[in-house]
Design a protein around this ligand. Structure first.
Ligand SMILES: Cc1cc2nc3c(=O)[nH]c(=O)nc-3n(C[C@H](O)[C@H](O)[C@H](O)COP(=O)(O)OP(=O)(O)OC[C@H]3O[C@@H](n4cnc5c(N)ncnc54)[C@H](O)[C@@H]3O)c2cc1C
Length: 630
């Protein structure tokens, strides 16, 4: 039996990662098995680990690589996934200011639509960053859809009062552009690898614990900085218009590291089809051309349908809200609806109905049923304008973050958010990580991962100086080392600079045997009490149910037998493709342990979300309290 180790070696002044096999004594293996601990040593070291394969994660990885960092992009459901590449829609609308003169109005509108909940400085910086982010996207070769008639009022973004610059992001073009840029930047892709924990050293991120879903192994990587881009919390709900890999775990991971979660109560809920097919977005603009019936068979009033066609997600502030209440009252079966979409309908509606027929084999004019779906989060991990979470080495971007949106969000700004802050977080993370190079102090350090009630320990083989302020890099430093670093990766393929010490995790072999059932129960709870109509009793019931689940998941434990990798173990496709050796940490029931870690994180995010819903006692935008005192 052997344990694969990754060690830093100094050769001609250059740090190179080497992999070596050390025989493990039988005694050590037996002791580990007895202790019920899985040891996971870092295989690789990167400047930056980016978590999430949607727009935000791809942009962060591309920009971090351009800034000269060695980058690993880990994504639970593979790169080019998440809501950004959700197959149940034609693509994504993206808006920005029409010109410089439009910036102030756009900022004011976002703040107004956000009902004073958004962070004004962050919004200002966000809007100013959109044109540059769009230009960068086009420079990557991503072709953006432009409206045939940009002055058509249908292009006024939902909740907005004015036409903006509108662009359409289509999946295939985006994927091609990102793929090329990731490749050129030498970004190493860990497709199917899910972040489950972060190692902290003196309050600074130093490594990531990943679970490789296809190889069913844990993998550890050491790094100088981490960018979280794991998407929103809609996956906590039974009916969700978001991708299955969006497990809503990164919010809890960030909170465990000391980051703040903000505005979690504001989650967009929008209509989607439940028949003839499920999980397909219903374009609200089609309401104008529709007839619909409530649970008792009464037709929905024409003025309500007209009003509801003005915005996609539910907002309690709008005249169309009664339609959402009626839709929720129809339950899982959904509300009956019939649309009359013809050649005379606006371009937006024709695009939707054409896509529905072509891609989903559903006629927009055929009778259908719609129900409320959890859609996109307006809140999440608090970040500053550079994507920093306020925890040294921890950055976040995209839908898992909050502050740039408020109680309602203007349509087309979620994709813009992922683009703008994804890019910025990538640059800032690269600078932060590379800033360690000259400042690193040697010596060993041990750090317990800051995860209360959590069973993994991060151990650093050699630590960096803890004065994080002095570790930050400068622009000049980044540029000076950019070319040699990138050349090294391109030439070698399997050579990686190791700027920080290796990290090892120890994961307790404790698994809850019914994680899947616990997740179903959690989703049922969230869907019963936390969808459109919320009140204190329901939210307290949800909080209690989540606590009970947390206790159950935390208490139950069993100990599968540990085993360690041998030399003859076949390399996984991913590793052999990069010329790397396989992981050192297969465990007989790693999938169950990972599932337990995942459900614990999901319960923590859910608990924080319900707490935020309880704390906000007034109705506001996407958050409706039926028990609010008017
Ligand atoms: C149907 C639909 C239509 C939409 N339409 C619009 C629109 O028209 N305009 C607009 O602006 N916005 C729209 N949105 C919202 C927008 O798509 C998202 O907010 C945005 O794409 C989010 O990008 P992201 O990169 O932050 O997250 P995502 O694209 O959701 O990506 C998250 C990634 O993180 C990965 N991940 C999650 N957790 C982990 C973990 N622990 N470890 C590793 N990986 C993890 C996932 O696998 C995924 O790859 C829409 C969303 C949906 C679902």
């Amino acid at each position: 039996m052997y344990l694969l180790r990754c060690r830093r070696m100094c050769r001609a002044g250059e740090f190179v990662c080497r992999k070596r096999y050390y025989p493990l004594s039988k005694k050590r293996i037996a002791r580990a098995a007895q202790e019920g601990i899985v040891h996971i040593e870092s295989e690789l070291s990167f400047d930056v680990v980016v978590v999430g394969g949607g727009i935000a994660g791809c942009c962060a990885a591309i920009e971090a690589a351009h800034a000269g960092a060695s980058v690993c992009l880990a994504s639970a459901s593979g790169v080019f996934s998440g809501s950004s590449f959700y197959p149940g829609t034609w693509g994504l609308g993206l808006i920005g200011p029409r010109d410089a003169a439009d910036i102030d109005d756009m900022v004011e509108t976002i703040l107004h639509v956000g009902r004073g909940v958004a962070d004004a400085a962050l919004v200002d910086s966000f809007v100013r960053g959109i044109p540059e982010a769009i230009a960068a996207l086009e420079a990557m070769g991503v072709s953006l859809k432009r409206p045939a008639n940009p002055d058509e009022p249908q292009y006024i973004p939902c909740f907005d009062h004015s036409l903006r610059m509108w662009r359409g992001l289509e999946r295939d073009s985006m994927k091609r552009g990102f793929e090329q840029a990731l490749c050129e930047g030498g970004v190493v892709r860990f497709d199917g690898c899910e972040l489950l924990d972060i190692a902290m050293d003196g309050g600074c991120t130093r490594g990531a614990l990943l679970f490789d879903r296809s190889a069913k192994r844990f993998r550890a990587v050491s790094c100088g900085a981490i960018v979280l881009a794991g998407g929103g919390v809609a996956g906590l709900f039974k009916r969700s218009l978001s991708a299955s890999g969006n497990s809503a775990t990164v919010q809890a991971i960030a909170a465990r590291c000391g980051a703040r979660l903000v505005n979690l109560e504001f989650m967009q809920i929008m209509p989607g089809l439940v028949a003839p097919r499920r999980n397909i977005v219903f374009n609200e603009k089609a309401f104008r051309f529709a007839r619909a019936w409530d649970a008792s068979g009464e037709p929905i009033a024409r003025d309500v349908l007209e009003a509801r066609s003005e915005h996609g997600p539910f907002s309690c502030e709008r005249a169309g809200a009664p339609l959402d209440f009626a839709m929720e009252a129809c339950g899982d079966e959904g509300m009956e609806i019939a649309c009359d979409v013809g050649d005379g309908s606006p371009e937006f509606v024709r695009t939707f109905s054409g896509w529905l027929e072509r891609e989903c084999s559903v006629s927009a004019s055929a009778p259908a049923r719609i129900a409320p779906y959890a859609h996109a989060s307006n809140g999440g991990i608090a970040i500053d304008e550079h994507g920093s979470c306020g925890v040294p080495g921890l950055f976040a971007a995209g839908e898992c973050t909050g502050g740039m949106h408020g109680a309602d969000r203007t349509g087309g700004l979620a994709s813009a958010n992922a683009l703008v802050f994804g890019r910025r977080a990538g640059v800032a993370a690269a600078k932060f990580a590379r800033g360690f190079v000259g400042e690193c102090a040697g010596g060993g350090a041990n750090a317990r991962s800051e995860t209360p009630g959590f069973a993994s320990v991060g151990t650093l083989a050699s630590g960096c100086g803890l004065d994080v302020g002095s570790c930050r890099g400068s622009d000049a430093e980044g540029i000076a080392t950019k070319s040699d670093s990138r050349n090294a990766r391109c030439a070698g393929g399997s050579r990686f600079r190791s700027r920080c010490g290796s990290v090892s995790f120890e994961v307790e072999e404790r698994a809850y045997p019914a994680s899947g059932a616990a997740l179903r129960e959690l989703r049922e709870t969230m869907s019963t009490h936390c969808m459109i109509s919320r009140d204190a009793d329901g939210l307290k019931a949800a909080a209690n149910a989540i606590s009970a689940l947390q206790e159950r998941v935390g208490e139950a434990a069993y100990a599968p037998v540990a085993s360690f990798g041998s030399e003859s173990e076949p390399a996984s496709e991913l590793m052999s493709a990069s010329g790397l050796a396989p992981s050192s940490s297969p465990c007989s029931d790693a999938a169950s342990i990972a599932a337990t870690m995942r459900i614990r994180l999901q319960l923590e995010t859910a608990s924080a979300t319900v707490a935020a819903m309880l704390a906000r006692k007034e109705s506001c935008g996407s958050h409706y309290r039926s028990d609010a005192v008017q």
